[in-house]
Design a protein around this ligand. Structure first.
Ligand SMILES: C[S@@+](CC[C@H](N)C(=O)[O-])C[C@H]1O[C@@H](n2cnc3c(N)ncnc32)[C@H](O)[C@@H]1O
Length: 488
């Protein structure tokens, strides 16, 4: 049955996470009949949000317009995987069907072709031993049969293809990158989306990325180098909830060439007199080099000391792990680079990023193939990693903080996409709802490109979900939820 709905935001009641159905009471939303309706939804849901100044937000609050097919009831089935009970309980509490993971081995693989390699498709097919099927709705992406191994192939090793899921690609496509954009990727590692962003920007704009995990961010750096990207990129080992560096080219003009006595004094006061403190006003970034001579290592150590010290003065922990030759860093004094983080809050509205991607840390329950791999790695390991009690209790608040900080760094007129690879309402719709309640100048916006995506979309005033119409084609290693917001 097709369902056409048009609701104003005032009429909204809690809604089903998979379809446009609205519930009369919270208990109805938890009822087993509702859950079983959607048991096989290996779906892909995306949140779309945008922001506007509050004055225009009132006039443009989106109405719900959905056209959806209702799902047939599906019998409940146990998964073929011997999941830990704690995971089964958690799935059930979140209205998710354990059987969705059974499809893991049947799901297609996806690759993204390095732009400019289109002529080499036949050779790549030969190398992979499989035919590539072009995705009509996502430029540069191809699907492959599930059994094809990508990582060991020559095409992958030579940087002609990326192993990247279509859902991840859609999250980036939704950002609608334009040449010259200043882009921030707030949870960037290991860097699949980062590379796509760099490919889309080509030789224009700037790309800034952060992640809190050093080894994962190092993997992103390796990827950028492998694929010959990153000349305009800066990678910061940083906490995305507090990161505050604006794009470099919009850095406010420095009034002083040298650090103020106050900064040096503050450093020595906090960290004791350090023999390298004198370098604070003389250290300048040269070209970034992966390997260093002993002399360069010594200089790098001093540089690291300075960065740490300067950053602590600014009250934030972050480290510059990589910068490209056209990122604006080369030739800058350390102190000046780090001073750019001490801008006034309202500067971001004018000099912030055009596009922000918040691909937030999550429970990864939507990474169907990934979860199935614990069959080899061990379900004990899965339980330990997945159900770390601290992580489970703090994840949604971390997501909200990441989203809020991403928004803080977005300029007026910019766009933000929020995505996760979780299927739960708590980590997606609820995070966005909470965010919209706090950020009064934020508003959901439709993702134009998504009209052509093979999924069904429900927009309402405080969230939107995307559901794959063709799960067998789309169900993916990663299930993303996207938020877009625009300040105008
Ligand atoms: C879903 S993964 C990102 C995947 C990545 N966007 C890609 O396409 O390859 C989430 C990332 O968030 C990072 N993370 C977790 N907490 C963070 C924080 N407070 N600040 C920044 N990054 C964080 C994790 O280290 C992890 O790499």
């Amino acid at each position: 049955m097709h369902l056409g709905l048009r609701l104003s935001s005032k009429q909204l009641r809690p809604g089903c996470i998979y379809c446009s159905r609205r519930f009369n009471t919270p208990s109805e939303s938890r009822s087993s009949s509702v859950k079983s309706d959607h048991r096989t939804a290996t779906s892909w849901r995306r949140l779309c949000l945008s922001s506007q100044h509050i004055a225009t937000a009132a006039a443009t609050t989106p109405k719900v317009v959905t056209t959806m097919e209702e799902d047939a009831d599906v019998d409940t089935k146990n998964s073929k995987f011997p999941f830990p009970q704690v995971f089964l309980d958690w799935l059930s509490q979140n209205g998710l069907d354990q059987a969705i993971y059974d499809a893991a081995n049947d799901l297609p693989r996806y690759i993204r072709l390095k732009p400019g390699r289109e002529e080499e498709i036949l050779g790549i097919e030969d190398d992979l031993g499989a035919k590539l099927s072009k995705l009509s709705w996502l430029p540069g992406f191809y699907s492959l049969p599930p059994e094809v191994q990508i990582a060991g192939s020559k095409s992958y090793q030579e940087g002609k293809i990326y192993g990247m899921d279509a859902a991840s690609g859609a999250a980036v496509a939704a950002l609608d990158i334009s040449p010259g954009d200043d882009v921030l990727d707030l949870c960037a590692a290991p860097g699949a989306k980062l590379c796509m962003l760099a490919d889309l920007l080509k030789d224009s704009g700037t790309l800034t990325a952060t992640d809190i995990s050093q080894h994962r961010l190092a993997a992103s750096r390796t990827m950028l180098i492998k694929y010959g990207l990153g000349t305009r990129c800066r990678l910061f080992l940083a906490d995305g909830t507090t990161f505050s560096f604006l794009p470099l080219r919009h850095r406010p003009k420095l009034v002083e060439e040298k650090p103020t006595a106050g900064i040096v004094e503050d450093m020595t006061k906090r960290h004791g007199k350090h023999k390298d403190a004198v370098y604070v006003d003389s250290l300048v970034y040269g070209e970034w080099k992966g390997t260093k001579t002993a002399r360069e290592k010594k200089a790098a150590k001093r540089l690291k000391y300075m960065e740490d010290a300067l950053d602590r003065v600014g009250g934030r922990e972050s480290e510059l792990m990589f910068y490209g030759k056209d990122s604006g860093i080369v030739g800058m004094k350390v102190v000046d680079v780090f001073r750019s983080s001490w801008s006034r809050e309202d500067e971001a509205a004018v000099n912030g990023y055009d596009k922000v991607l918040v691909d937030a840390e999550c429970t990864h329950d939507g990474s169907i193939k990934h979860i199935s791999k614990y069959e080899q790695w061990g379900w004990d390991t899965f339980e330990r990693r997945f159900f770390n009690a601290d992580r489970m209790t703090s994840i949604t608040s971390l997501q909200l903080q990441l989203l809020r900080n991403g928004f803080r760094l977005l300029k007026v007129g910019g766009t933000l996409i929020y995505s996760t690879c979780s299927l739960t309402v708590a980590q997606n719709e609820d995070v966005v709802r909470n965010f919209l309640r706090i950020e009064r100048d934020a508003e959901l916006r439709e993702i134009e490109d998504a009209k052509n995506w093979p999924c069904r979309i429900a927009y309402d005033s405080d969230s939107c979900n995307f559901r794959s119409a063709f799960p067998e084609k789309l169900t993916s290693v990663e299930v993303d939820i996207i938020g877009r917001r625009i300040r105008v």
